[in-house]
Design a protein. Structure first.
Ligand code: NI
Length: 149
């Protein structure tokens, strides 16, 4: 496993749409392992592949309840609303209030290519929404209603 460099705001790769993962191979496993290690080292709760310069639809999340890997994720259900502080490893030191669904269900594949569904609430729902948007080249900054000190 290796720590990869995190791309930051202004890097054009963060604004591009990522491609679907088609090969569930060793290379994908290495990417996911590196992403997780990089996220942990930087004390984040989520990281998307474009943040380490890879335009693939892959995400890792750990809100403190263990590692979650989402490949080709698609949010299929959302409900409720939450407003709270949000940040991003690609925008270091910046936090803002963002409104998100309070509960989301995501359909995704695991590293072996197997389909599964996952429902998350509160912080996990927020992390899923935030990371999935990275895959479409969007940063949370566009959703901030109020920047926090
Ligand atoms: Ni982010």
């Amino acid at each position: 496993m290796a720590i990869r460099e995190i791309r930051t705001e202004g890097d054009e790769i963060l604004y591009k749409k990522c491609k679907e993962v088609k090969n569930f191979d060793e290379k994908l496993c290495i990417l996911l392992d590196d992403m997780y290690e990089t996220m942990k080292k930087n004390e984040g709760v989520g990281l998307a592949a474009p943040q380490v310069g890879i335009l693939k639809r892959a995400v890792v999340i750990d809100t403190g309840e263990g590692k979650i890997e989402l490949i080709n994720p698609e949010i299929v259900e959302e409900s409720g609303e939450q407003t709270g502080s949000e940040g991003c490893l690609s925008v270091p030191g910046v936090y803002g209030e963002v409104t998100r669904p309070n509960k989301v269900t995501v359909k995704a594949r695991d590293r072996e290519g197997k389909l599964f569904k996952l429902t998350g609430e509160e912080l996990l729902a927020r992390a899923i929404c935030h990371e999935v948007e990275h895959l479409d080249g969007k940063l949370f900054l566009d959703r901030v209603t109020k920047f926090l000190d």
